[in-house]
Design a protein around this ligand. Structure first.
Ligand SMILES: Cc1ncc(COP(=O)(O)O)c(C=O)c1O
Length: 370
């Protein structure tokens, strides 16, 4: 079955009780037991599982090409539950989502984890950084915010050779463009707050497992006891978002391609980070492991912080805001959003390219760049 069809038809059975075609939203926090104390329908209490979440998880496993999925309250709830399921050493990307670095410095010691940072696009460095107790190689591709591309199949082989597993945060690419489990990854994670929801109105996180094994069981247990479960309404909205994900991603990609090539020609732009540009260092690997290059990019304005902020002050269609993956275009001075300790260059602006007409977006950037 093609991806578009899976995105529409998984977790989409007509409701048996009513014939409803759109999935029912079950808000109940508790479910009736039999007189003998059993739960024959599989549900007992909302923090364990609920029917709307089960539908979403069925759809997620299908679109991520995995064996099973778990939905969470946010991408960071998903990240935390996963990381709390091991002890040992974790290799983290030197360019990656900044809140994962906060987890590493503030919470890893109490979770029994040690870590090192490594450039995930440099396989020799990754090999050299592996230790005997390395349990997990954690990569983000494309990365946030520098858009570096990690070679998923090479990292998976490298991790497996040393008895570790590979986790891929695929938030920027989405399963519509990149399915890491098909390339050997053990686990794939998404912030569903972004493209899966797709309309900047829902928070969620997802984890999909290549096999439904002990790791799946322990992450599910962690979710139940720590309570980072997704709400039914959020599951319902994310499920709705998944239905149109493939169609939305086509336009995000088409718009981003046009905008990236415009930026490369602008004299005030020092560099464009977009893996769809043939000149980008990640282009060849991205072309092999992604079906298109996505709607996220960043660029550096000639000068420094002030020059970059001056551009964001002048956009009219691009809204100055963090986050990504909605229908509207956003622009962000990333170092300001990340705050103290940010490693992001001060002249870097990150953009989430929306579904407006790309000529209008290019016009807006042309005006803002002056
Ligand atoms: C790549 C990436 N991973 C994880 C997260 C965390 O997701 P959430 O904000 O849903 O907790 C984000 C959020 O921006 C992200 O960009």
């Amino acid at each position: 079955m093609h991806f578009e069809t899976k995105a529409i038809h998984s977790g989409a059975e007509v409701d048996e009780a009513t014939g409803a075609v759109a999935p029912p939203l079950h808000l109940s926090t508790t479910f009736e037991r039999t007189a003998t104390g059993d739960t024959p329908r599989g549900y007992s209490y909302i923090r364990d599982a609920n029917p709307t979440q089960s539908r979403l998880e069925e759809a997620l496993a299908a679109i991520d090409s995995g064996a099973a999925s778990l939905a969470f309250a946010s991408g960071m709830a998903a990240t935390s539950a996963l990381l709390q399921s091991w002890h040992g050493h974790v290799l983290l990307p030197s360019d990656g989502y900044y809140a994962v670095r906060a987890l590493a410095s503030e919470l890893f010691p109490s979770w029994g984890l040690t870590h090192d940072y490594v450039a995930m696009d440099d396989l020799d460095s990754v090999r050299a950084a592996m230790r005997d107790d390395t349990r997990v190689v954690w990569c983000e591709t494309p990365s946030n915010p520098l858009m570096t591309i990690a070679d998923v199949s090479a990292l998976a082989s490298l991790a497996h050779e040393r008895g570790a597993i590979l986790v891929v945060d695929g938030t920027f690419a989405t399963p519509a463009l990149q399915r890491p489990i098909e390339q050997g990854a053990d686990v794939v994670l998404h912030s569903a707050t972004k493209y899966l929801g797709g309309h900047s109105d829902v928070q969620g996180g997802t984890v999909t497992f290549a096999s439904k094994d002990a790791l799946y069981e322990s992450v599910e247990h962690m979710r139940t006891i720590t309570g980072g479960v997704a709400s039914p309404f959020n599951c319902w909205l994310i499920l709705r978002g998944i239905r149109s994900l493939p169609a939305r991603m086509r336009v995000h990609c088409e718009n981003a391609r046009a905008i990236a090539s415009f930026l490369t020609t602008h004299p005030r732009v020092e560099a464009v980070h977009y893996p769809g540009l043939e000149s980008d260092p990640g282009y060849a690997i991205a072309k092999r492991q992604m079906s298109d290059f996505g709607g996220m990019m960043s660029f550096r304005v000639r000068g420094g912080r002030d020059e970059a902020l001056a551009v964001t002050a002048k956009t009219r269609l691009f809204t100055r805001a963090t986050s990504l993956g909605g229908v509207e275009s956003l622009i962000e001075h990333r170092a300001s959003s990340e705050g103290p300790g940010s490693r992001t260059p001060e002249n870097l602006l990150r953009m989430s390219i929306g579904l407006e007409h790309y000529e209008d977006l290019i016009g807006d950037l042309r005006e803002a760049l002056g």
